[in-house]
Design a protein around this ligand. Sequence first.
Ligand code: G6P
Length: 614
Amino acid sequence: MCGIIGYAGKRNALPVLMEGLSRLEYRGYDSAGIAYVDGNHNHPIHIIKEKGKLIELRRALSLVHATPHIGIGHTRWATHGEPSRRNAHPHLSQDDNFAVVHNGIIENYQEIKSYLKRKGYTFRSETDTEVLVHLVQDEFRGDVLTAFRNAIQRLEGFFAFVLISRHSPNELFFFKRSNPLVVGVGKKENFVASDVPAILPYTKRVVYLGDDEVGCLNEDSFKIVRLKKPTPVQKRIETVPWNLEQAEKGGYHHFMLKEIYEQPRVAEETIRKRLDFNRQRIVFDTLSFHANWRLKHVRKIFMVSCGTAYHAGIAARYMFENIARVPTEVCVSSEFRYSDPILSKSDIVVLVTQSGETADTLAALREARKKGAYTLAIVNVVGSTIAREADCVIYTHAGPEIGVASTKAYTVQLLTLALLALHAGYLRNKIPPKQFEEMLSFAKHIPSDLKKILQEAPRVDQCAKKLYKKHNFIYLARGFSFPNALEGALKLKEISYAHAHGYAAGEMKHGPIALIDKEQPVICIIPQSKTYDKMLSNMEEIKAREGIIVAVATKGDRAVSKFARWTFYVPKTSEFFSTIYTVVPLQLFAYRMAVLNGRDVDQPRNLAKSVTVE
Ligand code: G6P
Protein backbone atom coordinates (compact mmCIF):
# COMPACT_ATOMS: atom_id res chain seq x y z
CA MET A 1 0.00 0.00 0.00
CA CYS A 2 2.04 2.86 -1.25
CA GLY A 3 1.21 6.55 -1.44
CA ILE A 4 1.04 8.52 -4.68
CA ILE A 5 0.96 12.24 -5.42
CA GLY A 6 1.23 14.08 -8.74
CA TYR A 7 1.17 17.81 -9.50
CA ALA A 8 0.85 20.09 -12.54
CA GLY A 9 0.53 23.84 -12.04
CA LYS A 10 2.19 27.21 -11.58
CA ARG A 11 3.84 26.49 -8.24
CA ASN A 12 7.22 24.92 -7.73
CA ALA A 13 6.24 21.23 -7.82
CA LEU A 14 8.95 20.05 -5.41
CA PRO A 15 7.57 21.50 -2.14
CA VAL A 16 4.04 20.50 -3.22
CA LEU A 17 5.16 16.91 -3.74
CA MET A 18 7.04 16.86 -0.44
CA GLU A 19 4.07 18.29 1.44
CA GLY A 20 1.86 15.65 -0.21
CA LEU A 21 4.24 12.86 0.77
CA SER A 22 4.42 14.09 4.34
CA ARG A 23 0.60 13.91 4.50
CA LEU A 24 0.89 10.23 3.57
CA GLU A 25 3.48 9.60 6.28
CA TYR A 26 0.91 8.34 8.80
CA ARG A 27 0.52 5.17 6.71
CA GLY A 28 4.11 4.12 7.27
CA TYR A 29 6.52 3.29 4.45
CA ASP A 30 10.08 2.21 3.79
CA SER A 31 11.33 4.54 1.04
CA ALA A 32 10.20 7.54 -0.98
CA GLY A 33 11.01 9.37 -4.17
CA ILE A 34 9.98 12.00 -6.66
CA ALA A 35 10.41 12.61 -10.39
CA TYR A 36 9.96 15.85 -12.26
CA VAL A 37 10.17 17.09 -15.79
CA ASP A 38 12.85 19.71 -16.06
CA GLY A 39 11.74 22.95 -17.76
CA ASN A 40 14.86 22.86 -19.98
CA HIS A 41 14.43 22.80 -23.73
CA ASN A 42 14.66 19.02 -24.07
CA HIS A 43 12.69 18.32 -20.87
CA PRO A 44 14.79 15.63 -19.19
CA ILE A 45 13.22 13.70 -16.32
CA HIS A 46 15.06 13.88 -13.00
CA ILE A 47 14.58 11.37 -10.19
CA ILE A 48 15.50 11.68 -6.54
CA LYS A 49 14.77 8.78 -4.21
CA GLU A 50 15.95 7.50 -0.87
CA LYS A 51 15.45 4.55 1.42
CA GLY A 52 13.95 5.22 4.84
CA LYS A 53 12.09 8.18 6.26
CA LEU A 54 11.08 11.31 4.37
CA ILE A 55 13.82 13.25 6.08
CA GLU A 56 16.30 11.41 3.85
CA LEU A 57 14.46 12.48 0.72
CA ARG A 58 14.10 16.01 2.05
CA ARG A 59 17.86 16.16 2.65
CA ALA A 60 18.57 14.98 -0.91
CA LEU A 61 16.09 17.51 -2.31
CA SER A 62 17.69 20.39 -0.46
CA LEU A 63 20.58 20.11 -2.92
CA VAL A 64 18.25 20.50 -5.92
CA HIS A 65 17.75 24.03 -7.17
CA ALA A 66 15.26 23.39 -9.96
CA THR A 67 11.71 24.81 -9.85
CA PRO A 68 9.74 22.38 -11.99
CA HIS A 69 6.01 22.76 -12.51
CA ILE A 70 5.17 19.13 -12.96
CA GLY A 71 6.15 16.03 -11.02
CA ILE A 72 5.17 12.82 -9.24
CA GLY A 73 5.99 11.50 -5.78
CA HIS A 74 5.70 8.16 -4.01
CA THR A 75 6.05 6.56 -0.60
CA ARG A 76 6.70 2.83 -0.89
CA TRP A 77 5.46 -0.06 1.22
CA ALA A 78 7.45 -2.86 -0.37
CA THR A 79 5.71 -5.76 -2.10
CA HIS A 80 8.22 -7.00 -4.70
CA GLY A 81 11.83 -6.46 -3.80
CA GLU A 82 13.32 -5.34 -0.51
CA PRO A 83 13.06 -1.75 0.69
CA SER A 84 16.03 0.00 -0.95
CA ARG A 85 16.86 3.05 -3.02
CA ARG A 86 17.01 0.92 -6.16
CA ASN A 87 13.51 -0.44 -5.61
CA ALA A 88 12.04 2.89 -4.51
CA HIS A 89 9.73 4.65 -6.98
CA PRO A 90 9.59 6.45 -9.41
CA HIS A 91 11.00 4.06 -12.00
CA LEU A 92 12.41 5.18 -15.33
CA SER A 93 12.02 3.61 -18.74
CA GLN A 94 15.13 2.38 -20.49
CA ASP A 95 15.27 5.48 -22.73
CA ASP A 96 14.68 7.78 -19.72
CA ASN A 97 11.63 9.28 -21.43
CA PHE A 98 8.99 8.00 -18.99
CA ALA A 99 8.79 7.76 -15.20
CA VAL A 100 6.10 6.00 -13.23
CA VAL A 101 4.88 5.53 -9.67
CA HIS A 102 2.70 2.57 -8.78
CA ASN A 103 0.41 1.27 -6.07
CA GLY A 104 -0.71 -2.40 -6.07
CA ILE A 105 0.54 -5.57 -7.67
CA ILE A 106 1.15 -6.55 -11.30
CA GLU A 107 0.39 -10.25 -11.17
CA ASN A 108 1.85 -11.27 -14.53
CA TYR A 109 5.00 -9.18 -14.22
CA GLN A 110 7.34 -12.17 -14.53
CA GLU A 111 5.91 -13.10 -17.90
CA ILE A 112 6.14 -9.49 -19.16
CA LYS A 113 9.61 -9.12 -17.75
CA SER A 114 10.79 -12.14 -19.77
CA TYR A 115 9.12 -10.71 -22.88
CA LEU A 116 10.83 -7.34 -22.38
CA LYS A 117 14.20 -8.94 -21.63
CA ARG A 118 13.96 -10.86 -24.89
CA LYS A 119 13.46 -7.51 -26.61
CA GLY A 120 16.64 -6.16 -25.04
CA TYR A 121 15.30 -4.23 -22.06
CA THR A 122 17.40 -4.31 -18.91
CA PHE A 123 15.95 -3.93 -15.45
CA ARG A 124 17.34 -1.67 -12.77
CA SER A 125 15.13 -2.89 -9.87
CA GLU A 126 13.44 -6.00 -8.51
CA THR A 127 9.99 -4.41 -8.63
CA ASP A 128 6.97 -5.44 -10.63
CA THR A 129 6.46 -1.73 -11.39
CA GLU A 130 9.36 -1.47 -13.76
CA VAL A 131 7.68 -3.67 -16.38
CA LEU A 132 4.98 -1.03 -16.90
CA VAL A 133 7.35 1.80 -17.64
CA HIS A 134 9.35 -0.24 -20.17
CA LEU A 135 6.12 -1.46 -21.74
CA VAL A 136 4.96 2.15 -22.22
CA GLN A 137 8.25 2.89 -23.98
CA ASP A 138 7.74 -0.21 -26.08
CA GLU A 139 4.21 0.79 -27.06
CA PHE A 140 5.02 4.46 -27.73
CA ARG A 141 4.29 5.52 -31.31
CA GLY A 142 3.86 9.26 -30.80
CA ASP A 143 0.96 9.52 -28.32
CA VAL A 144 1.66 8.95 -24.63
CA LEU A 145 -1.93 8.29 -23.53
CA THR A 146 -2.37 5.60 -26.21
CA ALA A 147 0.93 3.97 -25.25
CA PHE A 148 -0.04 4.07 -21.57
CA ARG A 149 -3.45 2.51 -22.29
CA ASN A 150 -1.99 -0.18 -24.53
CA ALA A 151 0.66 -1.06 -21.95
CA ILE A 152 -1.84 -1.33 -19.10
CA GLN A 153 -4.07 -3.60 -21.14
CA ARG A 154 -1.32 -6.18 -21.09
CA LEU A 155 -1.19 -6.24 -17.29
CA GLU A 156 -3.10 -8.43 -14.88
CA GLY A 157 -3.73 -7.43 -11.29
CA PHE A 158 -4.94 -4.42 -9.39
CA PHE A 159 -3.05 -1.16 -9.38
CA ALA A 160 -2.92 2.60 -9.70
CA PHE A 161 -0.26 4.35 -11.80
CA VAL A 162 0.82 7.91 -12.40
CA LEU A 163 3.24 8.60 -15.23
CA ILE A 164 5.15 11.58 -16.61
CA SER A 165 6.87 11.74 -19.96
CA ARG A 166 9.42 13.85 -21.72
CA HIS A 167 7.28 13.51 -24.86
CA SER A 168 4.43 15.37 -23.23
CA PRO A 169 6.17 17.52 -20.63
CA ASN A 170 3.14 19.43 -19.36
CA GLU A 171 0.93 16.44 -18.60
CA LEU A 172 0.49 13.71 -15.99
CA PHE A 173 -1.10 10.39 -16.94
CA PHE A 174 -2.95 8.20 -14.48
CA PHE A 175 -4.84 4.92 -14.18
CA LYS A 176 -6.84 3.18 -11.46
CA ARG A 177 -8.01 -0.40 -10.79
CA SER A 178 -8.95 -1.56 -7.27
CA ASN A 179 -6.47 0.89 -5.70
CA PRO A 180 -7.73 4.34 -4.78
CA LEU A 181 -6.85 7.37 -6.90
CA VAL A 182 -8.40 10.85 -6.94
CA VAL A 183 -7.88 13.87 -9.13
CA GLY A 184 -7.68 17.15 -7.19
CA VAL A 185 -9.01 20.14 -9.06
CA GLY A 186 -7.42 23.50 -8.27
CA LYS A 187 -7.19 26.95 -9.88
CA LYS A 188 -4.55 26.86 -12.60
CA GLU A 189 -3.27 23.64 -11.02
CA ASN A 190 -4.37 20.03 -10.82
CA PHE A 191 -3.34 17.07 -8.69
CA VAL A 192 -3.64 13.33 -8.57
CA ALA A 193 -3.21 11.31 -5.39
CA SER A 194 -3.85 7.94 -3.84
CA ASP A 195 -5.24 9.55 -0.69
CA VAL A 196 -7.17 12.77 -0.18
CA PRO A 197 -4.93 14.09 2.67
CA ALA A 198 -2.06 14.52 0.20
CA ILE A 199 -3.92 17.27 -1.68
CA LEU A 200 -6.10 18.76 1.08
CA PRO A 201 -3.80 21.75 1.78
CA TYR A 202 -4.43 22.89 -1.82
CA THR A 203 -7.95 21.88 -2.75
CA LYS A 204 -11.05 20.16 -1.44
CA ARG A 205 -12.49 19.66 -4.94
CA VAL A 206 -11.90 16.12 -6.11
CA VAL A 207 -12.92 13.65 -8.79
CA TYR A 208 -12.97 10.04 -7.62
CA LEU A 209 -11.76 7.74 -10.37
CA GLY A 210 -13.58 4.51 -11.11
CA ASP A 211 -11.94 1.19 -11.89
CA ASP A 212 -10.34 0.92 -15.32
CA GLU A 213 -10.46 4.65 -15.86
CA VAL A 214 -7.40 6.26 -17.35
CA GLY A 215 -6.66 9.88 -17.99
CA CYS A 216 -4.35 12.84 -18.18
CA LEU A 217 -4.20 16.28 -16.68
CA ASN A 218 -2.28 19.50 -17.06
CA GLU A 219 -2.50 22.74 -15.11
CA ASP A 220 -5.71 23.81 -16.89
CA SER A 221 -7.79 20.70 -17.33
CA PHE A 222 -8.14 16.97 -16.94
CA LYS A 223 -9.53 14.25 -19.21
CA ILE A 224 -10.72 10.77 -18.20
CA VAL A 225 -11.45 7.90 -20.60
CA ARG A 226 -12.04 4.19 -20.26
CA LEU A 227 -9.13 1.83 -20.58
CA LYS A 228 -10.63 -0.12 -23.47
CA LYS A 229 -12.55 2.69 -25.21
CA PRO A 230 -11.09 6.19 -25.42
CA THR A 231 -14.42 8.00 -25.23
CA PRO A 232 -14.45 10.62 -22.46
CA VAL A 233 -16.14 9.72 -19.17
CA GLN A 234 -18.15 12.55 -17.61
CA LYS A 235 -17.17 12.91 -13.95
CA ARG A 236 -18.63 14.96 -11.17
CA ILE A 237 -16.40 17.23 -9.10
CA GLU A 238 -17.15 16.60 -5.43
CA THR A 239 -16.19 18.61 -2.37
CA VAL A 240 -14.41 16.70 0.37
CA PRO A 241 -16.30 17.28 3.63
CA TRP A 242 -13.42 16.19 5.88
CA ASN A 243 -10.63 17.95 7.68
CA LEU A 244 -7.14 16.51 7.48
CA GLU A 245 -7.43 14.11 10.40
CA GLN A 246 -10.74 12.70 9.15
CA ALA A 247 -9.31 12.36 5.65
CA GLU A 248 -6.36 10.29 6.86
CA LYS A 249 -8.87 7.85 8.24
CA GLY A 250 -10.81 7.80 4.99
CA GLY A 251 -13.79 9.38 6.75
CA TYR A 252 -13.87 6.75 9.52
CA HIS A 253 -13.55 7.85 13.12
CA HIS A 254 -10.61 5.57 13.80
CA PHE A 255 -7.96 3.70 11.86
CA MET A 256 -9.16 0.49 13.49
CA LEU A 257 -12.62 0.92 12.00
CA LYS A 258 -11.17 1.81 8.62
CA GLU A 259 -9.05 -1.34 8.78
CA ILE A 260 -12.03 -3.50 9.77
CA TYR A 261 -13.86 -2.19 6.70
CA GLU A 262 -10.82 -2.81 4.50
CA GLN A 263 -11.08 -6.56 5.12
CA PRO A 264 -13.21 -7.46 2.10
CA ARG A 265 -10.76 -5.65 -0.18
CA VAL A 266 -7.59 -7.13 1.29
CA ALA A 267 -9.19 -10.59 1.26
CA GLU A 268 -10.05 -10.08 -2.38
CA GLU A 269 -6.49 -9.09 -3.17
CA THR A 270 -5.21 -12.21 -1.42
CA ILE A 271 -7.66 -14.42 -3.29
CA ARG A 272 -6.75 -12.84 -6.61
CA LYS A 273 -3.08 -13.21 -5.91
CA ARG A 274 -3.14 -16.74 -4.53
CA LEU A 275 -5.89 -18.52 -6.47
CA ASP A 276 -5.65 -19.42 -10.11
CA PHE A 277 -9.24 -20.42 -10.86
CA ASN A 278 -8.48 -21.34 -14.49
CA ARG A 279 -5.96 -23.97 -13.48
CA GLN A 280 -7.66 -24.73 -10.15
CA ARG A 281 -4.40 -24.08 -8.36
CA ILE A 282 -3.12 -22.19 -5.34
CA VAL A 283 -0.13 -20.00 -6.10
CA PHE A 284 2.59 -19.14 -3.61
CA ASP A 285 5.12 -17.42 -5.82
CA THR A 286 7.78 -17.08 -3.12
CA LEU A 287 7.82 -20.81 -2.31
CA SER A 288 10.82 -22.28 -4.12
CA PHE A 289 10.93 -25.85 -5.40
CA HIS A 290 12.86 -26.70 -2.25
CA ALA A 291 10.26 -25.06 0.03
CA ASN A 292 7.48 -27.00 -1.68
CA TRP A 293 9.47 -30.19 -1.28
CA ARG A 294 9.83 -29.44 2.45
CA LEU A 295 6.12 -28.88 2.75
CA LYS A 296 5.35 -32.10 0.96
CA HIS A 297 7.61 -34.18 3.18
CA VAL A 298 7.25 -32.29 6.46
CA ARG A 299 7.15 -34.38 9.66
CA LYS A 300 5.78 -31.76 12.00
CA ILE A 301 4.86 -28.09 11.87
CA PHE A 302 5.39 -25.63 14.73
CA MET A 303 3.32 -22.46 14.54
CA VAL A 304 5.15 -19.78 16.55
CA SER A 305 3.85 -16.24 17.12
CA CYS A 306 2.60 -13.64 19.62
CA GLY A 307 -0.66 -11.83 20.38
CA THR A 308 -3.19 -11.89 17.59
CA ALA A 309 -0.73 -13.68 15.33
CA TYR A 310 -0.62 -16.46 17.95
CA HIS A 311 -4.36 -16.89 17.52
CA ALA A 312 -3.79 -17.19 13.77
CA GLY A 313 -1.27 -19.91 14.66
CA ILE A 314 -3.91 -21.82 16.65
CA ALA A 315 -6.34 -21.55 13.74
CA ALA A 316 -3.60 -22.85 11.46
CA ARG A 317 -3.25 -25.94 13.61
CA TYR A 318 -6.85 -26.89 12.90
CA MET A 319 -6.33 -26.15 9.23
CA PHE A 320 -3.10 -28.10 8.75
CA GLU A 321 -4.17 -31.09 10.76
CA ASN A 322 -7.58 -31.22 9.10
CA ILE A 323 -6.70 -30.81 5.48
CA ALA A 324 -2.98 -31.52 5.12
CA ARG A 325 -2.80 -34.17 7.85
CA VAL A 326 0.42 -32.73 9.31
CA PRO A 327 0.91 -32.89 13.08
CA THR A 328 1.01 -29.26 14.17
CA GLU A 329 2.06 -27.73 17.46
CA VAL A 330 1.33 -24.13 18.45
CA CYS A 331 3.61 -22.09 20.69
CA VAL A 332 3.75 -18.51 21.88
CA SER A 333 7.09 -17.13 20.74
CA SER A 334 8.12 -16.03 24.23
CA GLU A 335 7.92 -19.64 25.51
CA PHE A 336 9.29 -21.41 22.46
CA ARG A 337 12.98 -21.25 23.39
CA TYR A 338 12.42 -22.11 27.03
CA SER A 339 10.59 -25.35 26.31
CA ASP A 340 13.77 -26.53 24.58
CA PRO A 341 11.72 -27.70 21.58
CA ILE A 342 12.60 -30.98 19.95
CA LEU A 343 13.21 -30.06 16.33
CA SER A 344 14.55 -32.02 13.41
CA LYS A 345 15.52 -31.23 9.84
CA SER A 346 12.18 -32.54 8.63
CA ASP A 347 10.22 -30.03 10.70
CA ILE A 348 9.00 -26.64 9.59
CA VAL A 349 8.76 -23.76 12.04
CA VAL A 350 6.21 -21.24 10.78
CA LEU A 351 6.62 -17.74 12.24
CA VAL A 352 3.47 -15.65 11.89
CA THR A 353 3.96 -11.93 12.36
CA GLN A 354 2.41 -8.74 11.09
CA SER A 355 5.39 -6.48 11.72
CA GLY A 356 8.15 -9.00 11.13
CA GLU A 357 10.01 -7.33 14.01
CA THR A 358 8.53 -8.84 17.19
CA ALA A 359 11.52 -9.60 19.41
CA ASP A 360 10.25 -12.91 20.81
CA THR A 361 9.27 -14.22 17.39
CA LEU A 362 12.66 -13.22 16.02
CA ALA A 363 14.39 -15.02 18.90
CA ALA A 364 12.25 -18.11 18.20
CA LEU A 365 13.20 -17.98 14.54
CA ARG A 366 16.90 -17.88 15.41
CA GLU A 367 16.47 -20.77 17.87
CA ALA A 368 14.67 -22.85 15.26
CA ARG A 369 17.38 -22.23 12.70
CA LYS A 370 20.06 -23.09 15.22
CA LYS A 371 18.32 -26.39 15.88
CA GLY A 372 18.26 -27.20 12.17
CA ALA A 373 14.56 -26.80 11.38
CA TYR A 374 13.36 -25.18 8.19
CA THR A 375 11.81 -21.75 8.86
CA LEU A 376 8.91 -20.23 6.98
CA ALA A 377 7.75 -16.71 7.85
CA ILE A 378 4.24 -15.39 7.21
CA VAL A 379 4.86 -11.65 7.34
CA ASN A 380 3.04 -8.46 6.44
CA VAL A 381 5.93 -6.01 6.32
CA VAL A 382 8.18 -6.71 3.37
CA GLY A 383 11.88 -6.63 4.08
CA SER A 384 11.40 -6.80 7.87
CA THR A 385 14.00 -8.65 9.93
CA ILE A 386 12.00 -11.89 10.24
CA ALA A 387 11.24 -11.84 6.50
CA ARG A 388 14.93 -11.50 5.78
CA GLU A 389 16.19 -14.11 8.23
CA ALA A 390 13.71 -16.92 7.56
CA ASP A 391 14.56 -19.61 5.02
CA CYS A 392 11.46 -18.72 3.12
CA VAL A 393 8.77 -16.03 3.34
CA ILE A 394 5.14 -15.62 2.35
CA TYR A 395 3.80 -12.08 2.50
CA THR A 396 0.28 -11.37 3.64
CA HIS A 397 -0.03 -8.03 1.77
CA ALA A 398 -2.67 -6.62 4.13
CA GLY A 399 -1.17 -3.14 3.69
CA PRO A 400 -0.03 -0.95 6.56
CA GLU A 401 -2.02 -1.51 9.75
CA ILE A 402 -2.06 1.56 11.96
CA GLY A 403 -4.56 0.69 14.70
CA VAL A 404 -2.68 -1.06 17.51
CA ALA A 405 -5.38 -3.74 17.74
CA SER A 406 -4.79 -6.00 14.77
CA THR A 407 -7.81 -6.67 12.54
CA LYS A 408 -7.17 -6.87 8.81
CA ALA A 409 -3.69 -8.32 9.35
CA TYR A 410 -5.32 -11.20 11.30
CA THR A 411 -7.95 -12.00 8.66
CA VAL A 412 -5.31 -12.05 5.95
CA GLN A 413 -3.08 -14.24 8.14
CA LEU A 414 -6.01 -16.66 8.54
CA LEU A 415 -6.75 -16.65 4.83
CA THR A 416 -3.12 -17.08 3.83
CA LEU A 417 -2.64 -19.93 6.32
CA ALA A 418 -5.85 -21.61 5.13
CA LEU A 419 -4.63 -21.47 1.54
CA LEU A 420 -1.20 -22.70 2.59
CA ALA A 421 -2.78 -25.65 4.41
CA LEU A 422 -4.80 -26.45 1.29
CA HIS A 423 -1.67 -26.16 -0.82
CA ALA A 424 0.16 -28.52 1.55
CA GLY A 425 -2.77 -30.95 1.47
CA TYR A 426 -2.64 -30.89 -2.31
CA LEU A 427 1.13 -31.49 -2.40
CA ARG A 428 0.77 -34.35 0.10
CA ASN A 429 -2.10 -35.93 -1.81
CA LYS A 430 -4.38 -35.66 1.21
CA ILE A 431 -7.27 -33.87 -0.49
CA PRO A 432 -9.42 -35.55 -3.13
CA PRO A 433 -9.57 -33.29 -6.24
CA LYS A 434 -13.30 -32.77 -5.83
CA GLN A 435 -12.91 -31.51 -2.28
CA PHE A 436 -10.06 -29.25 -3.36
CA GLU A 437 -12.25 -27.67 -6.05
CA GLU A 438 -15.06 -27.27 -3.57
CA MET A 439 -12.75 -25.45 -1.16
CA LEU A 440 -11.58 -23.08 -3.87
CA SER A 441 -15.16 -22.20 -4.69
CA PHE A 442 -15.85 -21.48 -1.01
CA ALA A 443 -12.72 -19.28 -0.96
CA LYS A 444 -14.03 -17.30 -3.90
CA HIS A 445 -16.97 -16.05 -1.83
CA ILE A 446 -14.93 -14.83 1.13
CA PRO A 447 -14.57 -11.15 0.06
CA SER A 448 -18.27 -10.67 -0.73
CA ASP A 449 -19.26 -12.58 2.43
CA LEU A 450 -17.05 -10.31 4.54
CA LYS A 451 -18.94 -7.34 3.10
CA LYS A 452 -22.21 -8.94 4.22
CA ILE A 453 -20.86 -9.50 7.72
CA LEU A 454 -20.00 -5.82 8.01
CA GLN A 455 -23.70 -5.09 7.49
CA GLU A 456 -24.24 -6.57 10.95
CA ALA A 457 -22.71 -3.40 12.43
CA PRO A 458 -26.04 -1.82 13.51
CA ARG A 459 -27.01 -5.00 15.38
CA VAL A 460 -23.59 -5.05 17.05
CA ASP A 461 -24.11 -1.41 18.06
CA GLN A 462 -27.45 -2.17 19.70
CA CYS A 463 -25.88 -4.95 21.71
CA ALA A 464 -22.83 -2.90 22.73
CA LYS A 465 -25.09 -0.08 23.91
CA LYS A 466 -26.65 -2.49 26.42
CA LEU A 467 -23.44 -4.11 27.55
CA TYR A 468 -20.75 -1.44 27.53
CA LYS A 469 -20.82 -0.88 31.27
CA LYS A 470 -20.03 -4.54 32.03
CA HIS A 471 -16.50 -5.31 33.15
CA ASN A 472 -16.27 -9.07 32.65
CA PHE A 473 -16.87 -11.10 29.52
CA ILE A 474 -16.50 -14.77 28.71
CA TYR A 475 -15.94 -15.92 25.12
CA LEU A 476 -16.64 -19.55 24.26
CA ALA A 477 -16.13 -21.59 21.10
CA ARG A 478 -15.06 -24.98 19.86
CA GLY A 479 -12.96 -26.37 17.01
CA PHE A 480 -12.16 -23.99 14.19
CA SER A 481 -13.89 -21.18 16.08
CA PHE A 482 -11.87 -21.66 19.27
CA PRO A 483 -9.04 -19.27 18.28
CA ASN A 484 -11.66 -16.57 17.86
CA ALA A 485 -12.84 -17.02 21.45
CA LEU A 486 -9.29 -15.97 22.37
CA GLU A 487 -9.07 -13.29 19.70
CA GLY A 488 -12.50 -11.80 20.50
CA ALA A 489 -11.55 -11.59 24.18
CA LEU A 490 -8.15 -10.10 23.36
CA LYS A 491 -9.70 -7.41 21.13
CA LEU A 492 -12.12 -6.41 23.87
CA LYS A 493 -9.40 -6.30 26.54
CA GLU A 494 -6.96 -4.37 24.39
CA ILE A 495 -9.19 -1.48 23.47
CA SER A 496 -12.09 -1.30 25.93
CA TYR A 497 -10.08 -2.41 29.02
CA ALA A 498 -12.93 -4.70 30.12
CA HIS A 499 -11.71 -8.03 31.39
CA ALA A 500 -12.46 -10.80 28.92
CA HIS A 501 -11.43 -14.43 28.86
CA GLY A 502 -11.66 -16.85 25.97
CA TYR A 503 -12.16 -20.58 26.59
CA ALA A 504 -12.63 -23.75 24.62
CA ALA A 505 -16.33 -24.28 25.42
CA GLY A 506 -15.67 -27.82 26.63
CA GLU A 507 -13.67 -26.29 29.46
CA MET A 508 -16.69 -24.35 30.71
CA LYS A 509 -17.59 -27.03 33.20
CA HIS A 510 -14.07 -26.96 34.60
CA GLY A 511 -14.30 -23.47 36.01
CA PRO A 512 -15.89 -20.62 34.09
CA ILE A 513 -19.40 -21.95 34.71
CA ALA A 514 -18.97 -20.83 38.33
CA LEU A 515 -19.04 -17.23 37.11
CA ILE A 516 -22.34 -17.46 35.31
CA ASP A 517 -25.28 -15.59 36.74
CA LYS A 518 -27.76 -13.09 35.37
CA GLU A 519 -25.10 -10.36 35.19
CA GLN A 520 -22.55 -12.32 33.17
CA PRO A 521 -22.28 -11.76 29.40
CA VAL A 522 -21.06 -14.79 27.46
CA ILE A 523 -20.16 -14.52 23.79
CA CYS A 524 -20.77 -17.86 22.07
CA ILE A 525 -19.26 -18.43 18.64
CA ILE A 526 -21.36 -21.08 17.00
CA PRO A 527 -21.25 -21.29 13.20
CA GLN A 528 -22.43 -24.49 11.49
CA SER A 529 -19.74 -27.06 12.23
CA LYS A 530 -19.02 -30.54 13.57
CA THR A 531 -19.19 -29.17 17.10
CA TYR A 532 -22.42 -27.21 16.61
CA ASP A 533 -24.62 -29.42 18.80
CA LYS A 534 -22.11 -29.46 21.63
CA MET A 535 -21.86 -25.70 21.50
CA LEU A 536 -25.64 -25.44 21.58
CA SER A 537 -25.65 -27.55 24.75
CA ASN A 538 -23.19 -25.09 26.30
CA MET A 539 -25.58 -22.29 25.46
CA GLU A 540 -28.42 -24.18 27.07
CA GLU A 541 -26.35 -24.53 30.25
CA ILE A 542 -25.60 -20.81 30.29
CA LYS A 543 -29.24 -19.96 29.68
CA ALA A 544 -30.27 -22.23 32.55
CA ARG A 545 -28.08 -20.04 34.81
CA GLU A 546 -29.55 -16.85 33.32
CA GLY A 547 -26.29 -15.76 31.69
CA ILE A 548 -26.54 -13.06 29.00
CA ILE A 549 -25.76 -14.77 25.72
CA VAL A 550 -24.49 -13.02 22.62
CA ALA A 551 -24.06 -15.40 19.69
CA VAL A 552 -22.16 -15.36 16.42
CA ALA A 553 -23.99 -17.84 14.22
CA THR A 554 -24.69 -18.85 10.64
CA LYS A 555 -27.36 -16.91 8.80
CA GLY A 556 -30.69 -18.69 9.05
CA ASP A 557 -29.91 -20.46 12.32
CA ARG A 558 -33.11 -20.22 14.36
CA ALA A 559 -32.12 -22.58 17.17
CA VAL A 560 -29.47 -20.18 18.44
CA SER A 561 -31.88 -17.28 18.82
CA LYS A 562 -33.82 -19.34 21.41
CA PHE A 563 -30.88 -18.89 23.78
CA ALA A 564 -29.14 -15.71 22.66
CA ARG A 565 -30.26 -12.20 23.50
CA TRP A 566 -28.38 -10.87 20.46
CA THR A 567 -27.15 -12.83 17.46
CA PHE A 568 -24.68 -11.58 14.85
CA TYR A 569 -24.97 -13.53 11.65
CA VAL A 570 -22.32 -14.66 9.20
CA PRO A 571 -22.98 -16.30 5.79
CA LYS A 572 -22.72 -20.06 5.46
CA THR A 573 -19.28 -21.31 4.45
CA SER A 574 -17.11 -24.36 4.92
CA GLU A 575 -16.14 -24.90 8.56
CA PHE A 576 -12.55 -24.70 7.34
CA PHE A 577 -12.92 -21.01 6.42
CA SER A 578 -15.37 -20.06 9.17
CA THR A 579 -12.68 -18.57 11.46
CA ILE A 580 -12.23 -15.79 8.88
CA TYR A 581 -15.94 -14.97 9.17
CA THR A 582 -16.74 -15.19 12.85
CA VAL A 583 -13.98 -12.83 13.97
CA VAL A 584 -15.44 -9.82 12.14
CA PRO A 585 -18.50 -9.23 14.39
CA LEU A 586 -16.17 -9.67 17.39
CA GLN A 587 -13.89 -6.92 16.07
CA LEU A 588 -16.90 -4.65 15.55
CA PHE A 589 -18.17 -5.44 19.04
CA ALA A 590 -14.82 -4.65 20.68
CA TYR A 591 -14.63 -1.44 18.68
CA ARG A 592 -18.09 -0.25 19.70
CA MET A 593 -17.49 -1.17 23.34
CA ALA A 594 -14.27 0.89 23.34
CA VAL A 595 -15.93 3.89 21.70
CA LEU A 596 -18.85 3.81 24.14
CA ASN A 597 -16.38 3.72 27.00
CA GLY A 598 -14.51 6.70 25.58
CA ARG A 599 -11.25 4.80 25.05
CA ASP A 600 -8.38 5.76 22.79
CA VAL A 601 -9.18 3.10 20.21
CA ASP A 602 -6.15 3.43 17.93
CA GLN A 603 -3.58 3.81 20.68
CA PRO A 604 -4.81 1.94 23.74
CA ARG A 605 -2.91 2.55 26.95
CA ASN A 606 0.28 0.58 27.60
CA LEU A 607 0.24 -1.19 24.22
CA ALA A 608 2.51 -0.91 21.20
CA LYS A 609 1.96 -1.93 17.61
CA SER A 610 5.34 -3.52 17.29
CA VAL A 611 6.92 -5.12 20.35
CA THR A 612 10.64 -5.09 19.72
CA VAL A 613 11.78 -5.95 23.25
CA GLU A 614 11.59 -9.41 24.79
C1 G6P B 1 1.54 -6.52 19.61
C2 G6P B 1 0.40 -5.96 18.79
C3 G6P B 1 -0.54 -7.08 18.37
C4 G6P B 1 0.22 -8.15 17.62
C5 G6P B 1 1.42 -8.67 18.43
C6 G6P B 1 2.32 -9.51 17.58
O1 G6P B 1 1.06 -7.01 20.82
O2 G6P B 1 -0.30 -4.99 19.53
O3 G6P B 1 -1.55 -6.55 17.53
O4 G6P B 1 -0.63 -9.23 17.34
O5 G6P B 1 2.20 -7.57 18.89
O6 G6P B 1 2.89 -8.71 16.59
P1 G6P B 1 3.37 -9.22 15.19
O7 G6P B 1 3.85 -7.97 14.50
O8 G6P B 1 4.48 -10.19 15.45
O9 G6P B 1 2.22 -9.85 14.51
